[in-house]
Write a protein that binds this ligand. Sequence first.
Ligand code: FNR
Length: 369
Amino acid sequence: PSLDLVFNLNEFEVIASKTLPKAVYAYYSSAADDEVSYRQNHHSFHGIFFKPKILVDVTDIDLSSKILGEIFQIPFYISATALCGLGNPSGGEIDIVKACGSTDVLVPQMISTFSSNSLDEITAAKVNEKQTQWFQLYVNGDRKITHDLIKKAEHLGLKALFVTVDAPQAGNREKDLRFKFSCANKKGPNIMKGSQTANGTSGALSKLIDTALTWKDIENFRTLTSLPIILKGVQRIDDIIKAAEIGCKGVVLSNHGGRQLDFSVPPIEVLAESVPVLKSRGLDKNFDILIDGGIRRGTDILKALCLGASGIGIASPFLYANSVYGQAGVEKAFDIIINELKLSMRLLGVTKISELTPDLLDLKGLYDR
Ligand code: FNR
């Protein structure tokens, strides 16, 4: 269908499910085991309701937001997805880079270690010198490979290092496992050397991730780079506190879209519980709480902002938009989400992101599963 007929982010997946090669859609869409966390991530947002304010002048809506110390015109970012080239063989990650720099607002983009295009290509494709790219790091068993990647990301001007900590091994994604991955007939990640075969694309990628990653490595990365380090995939208050204490600049509350441990808690619940604890300990200064997982609507974003998140990650909708429509699809997805945000803020009676506070929410249904 024409992009004019796409009205919300969910529709990109529906269209992709009908048009992408089966193996590609299986890798993109599969989550772990019975996919309970995958569904619950989104469903949890349905347990939160708004308490709108009335009679506020909502003519001008300002979406500007500070994420990791930088001001953006929007509160969301594109989270890392591996292998954008499977769904969009000609555009790969590059069409997303172009979309992020071409519209009125610049959207920050997190680049996966397992991107189809190389980091050189991705950084060279920027269309606006002010657009922000971050690097997502999967740590290799050979630390020299990882250290070189960190240096390269820093050298190429990526602005932050997101170390993924919820994936020592790929989760059990059965839809994906039904298809054999072979580098010979598919575009593998740019860092994969030689040809590989495995059950499932996740299986092939998993071989490039070290199961022995620990807190010591994170401290070591801090000595290697001056980039801010953010842990992606944090799911417990004590780990958030530890990340803050060892000098990380933030965490992404995430269960990897339910693709890792099934029955890991929905990130929005972790957010609701942890922000008050961090505030009471004074750990919320210069430390960002980001969140991703199942965020599909402007209202989802507003709920997370009310609960104290400073940046909102969205991954798969952009991946599907890019796969079916390339750059134009990603730009359309931005438009949709920005319009939903503005409309919902007007109806909620707020005009700025800083006015989004917990008292605007009714959380009674948050824990109804
Ligand atoms: C991901 N995600 C991911 N995360 C990461 O740290 N590195 C990666 O390479 C990938 N690759 C990847 C591929 C695909 C196909 C998907 C769907 C997801 C996880 C992603 O960044 C995010 O945490 C989750 O997808 C949750 O967000 P959404 O998709 O619910 O908006």
